[in-house]
Design a protein around this ligand. Sequence first.
Ligand code: NAD
Length: 332
Amino acid sequence: MANPLNGADTGVSIISEAVCEAVVGRGEAFTAVESVFAAMAKGDAYNFPVVREAIGHADALYGFKSGFDRAGMVLGVKSGGYWPGNVDKNLTNHQSTVILFDPDTGKMKSIVGGNYLTAVRTAASSAVSIAHLARKDSKVLGMVGAGHQSTFQLRAAVEQRDFEKVVAWNPHPEYLPRLAAVAEELGLPFEAVDQQTLGAQADVIITITSAFEPLMMKDWVKPGTHIACMGTDTKGKQEVDPELLAAATVFTDEVAQSISIGEAQHAVASGALNVDDITPVGDVINGIHAGRSSNDEITLFDGTGVGLQDLAVASSAARLAEEQGKVNFVSL
Ligand code: NAD
């Protein structure tokens, strides 16, 4: 029935975590993230300032990431954060929900579970960087990190090149069997190694930890490596040697986040890296920047995680769920 305050009531679609998992695979996430990185680089999509606050309860960090993609006509917000005590309640520590709005009217369109989508969009981000920046002949994938995100990262990365082996190191070695199990499932030999061996063998390295100090030093990484730094998403976090950024050609999802909360924050602060030398990966996708220029060049992707990635995959989830009849509507 028409509502005098809301106009024709088409309802709000509710997309559960289970439905997100059923409808958004790695391919859909890759396409959504690649498209929104391209739109950001063209100035067609904007992330709004991030809010992230300690709420003074349950040690929780809570915040909002929002933005508008004019190219995809996606407007919304991801809200959530980090509750360290959740693990004792058998819940994931990272909790998030996406709300999408109609950009023409501001009416709420969809409420979408954001936990699975966060992992799949973060893996898609490093996968996009590998697709556009790694050497075509990359054979060995190096994983630094073995937490919740790491298996999503591994699955997405191996689809981008003909990898023949996975080498891995984690500050907590007891987590490594979970990566080993996924590598085995993917039919790839897996070896737990030290950091120097990882750098010496890997053609592509993904870092996905909660580190606050460098875990990979410049001298350990061989020429021609592509490294995707995915763990640093907060001021103070750090996964690699700032000298590695100085030696590499540096790309990112969004330059403003890269220098404030991303891996480049340290190299820029120390003067080892100039902000003008950081290129949005969207410029490579759009053909504005050539990307890798030689087989000896080290390329580094600073994947900080932007709200528009969340909105892009949530919008895909809402559309696909509706197309497949997997959606519930409620009236407000
Ligand atoms: P998790 O808690 O499941 O795993 C944490 C990982 O970091 C493990 O490998 C652990 O051994 C390691 N670790 C923990 N404390 C450490 C320390 N003090 N020093 C070094 N390593 C440490 O977390 P997760 O969900 O796998 O997330 C990993 C990281 O990725 C987090 O920092 C998270 O904030 C970040 N993240 C980034 C994005 C993005 O878009 N860039 C998205 C999601 C998560």
